[in-house]
Design a protein around this ligand. Structure first.
Ligand code: HEC
Ligand code: HEC
Length: 287
């Protein structure tokens, strides 16, 4: 079974003009073009299931469709065609209850010992597709984000988040676009992502530090990597490709590039306002 990869989230049209002047890059313009093509082909490249943390097919409609078909043949007899449960539990509430993609993936793969919930030896891609399907069902109730003041939330966003994230038209591009994020994340999931970003870094946004042959260090988020090369978006938001032969080391980091926002910087009230603001962006009520 094949699953189409999600489109590259990187706004290349915006990033490419900056590449030409990229003083850090050791590559010529021609090889940059090669890199860009390579990045496009690789799509989300680093999207692997190894760490079981984040879904490489996040937001991909093809994966949702494939997952639905797989669910109907393998899971519906116990969980119901609508996933609302028969002998197995209701699976439409998993994400609202705070389960993460990685956790659901592992449950489906390992089964639940001591119960009739079976394990599965299906390829990772298929299991992630099922996770995508289940996630699409668990559309988060708009009531979760009904409280708070959107105008004040916008101020919190502009002060703390807009440097790295977009919501609507404006904002930075180092982190993912948050314009539609509250459609697929529960309040619990959003709170965790803001208070403890390093707990589950999103695929395509893992932190990496490159040490150049002259000792210079460049940090960024990793977009793609193979045996010979690596592509990152550095902290200046530039998409850069490097040959590993030109580097001393590639250090993958467990810390997100996003700093944690504890209650001392973003209070619970600020957070409530912020979530209302983000929700108003996709509702089209933000002004
Ligand atoms: C033979 C019946 C059966 C089949 C087939 C089955 N399940 Fe289950 N599943 C269960 C039962 C029963 C539980 C609850 C086990 C427990 O907690 O004791 C469960 C639990 C789960 C949970 C954990 C729910 C939670 O609250 O964390 C997930 C996720 C799940 N199933 C997904 C699936 C998926 C996806 C498939 C198909 C690939 C599947 N199951 C196939 C019976 C089944
Ligand atoms: C220095 C840059 C930076 C700042 C500032 C920042 N973020 Fe992030 N954010 C990131 C990066 C990079 C990621 C992807 C890695 C990860 O998941 O931790 C991310 C991930 C997220 C995610 C998870 C998205 C997903 O799809 O799972 C949320 C939600 C989020 N940020 C919200 C915020 C909010 C709200 C603020 C302001 C209070 C903020 N961020 C400030 C860089 C930043």
């Amino acid at each position: 079974m094949s699953i189409e990869m999600p489109p590259l989230r990187l706004p290349l049209s915006v990033l490419t003009p900056k590449l030409r002047g990229g003083a850090h890059s050791c590559l010529t313009r021609v090889s940059l073009l090669v890199w860009l093509v390579a990045v496009l082909l690789l799509s989300t490249g680093v999207a692997t299931a190894q760490d079981g943390l984040a879904n490489p097919h996040e937001g991909n409609r093809g994966a949702v469709r494939a997952g639905r078909a797989l669910f109907e043949t393998r899971c519906a007899e116990c969980h119901g065609a609508d996933a609302k449960g028969i002998s197995g539990p209701d699976l439409t509430v998993l994400f609202a209850a705070g389960r993460t993609d990685g956790r659901v993936f592992q449950t489906i793969q390992a089964g639940i010992p001591g119960s009739i919930m079976p394990s599965s030896s299906a390829p990772d891609d298929e299991l992630w597709a099922i996770v995508s399907y289940l996630k699409s069902l668990g559309t988060v109730s708009p009531l979760e984000f009904a409280t708070g003041n959107a105008d004040q939330g916008r101020q919190v966003f502009t002060a703390n988040c807009a440097g790295c994230h977009r919501a609507g038209r404006d904002g930075g591009r180092l982190g993912p676009d948050l314009s539609r994020i509250t459609l697929s994340r529960s309040r619990a999931g959003m709170t965790a992502a803001i208070r403890d970003p390093s707990d589950a870094m999103r695929v395509g946004y893992r932190t990496v530090t490159l040490v150049m042959s002259d000792g210079q260090r460049i940090r960024g988020v990793k977009k793609a990597e193979d045996a010979f090369s690596i592509q990152i978006v550095d902290t200046f938001e530039r998409l850069q490709g490097y040959l590993k032969a030109d580097l001393q080391t590639v250090q993958d980091e467990a810390e997100s590039l996003m700093p944690p926002f504890g209650p001392d910087t973003v209070s619970d009230t600020d957070l409530d306002n912020l979530l209302r603001f983000l929700t108003s962006v996709h509702e089209g009520t933000a002004n």
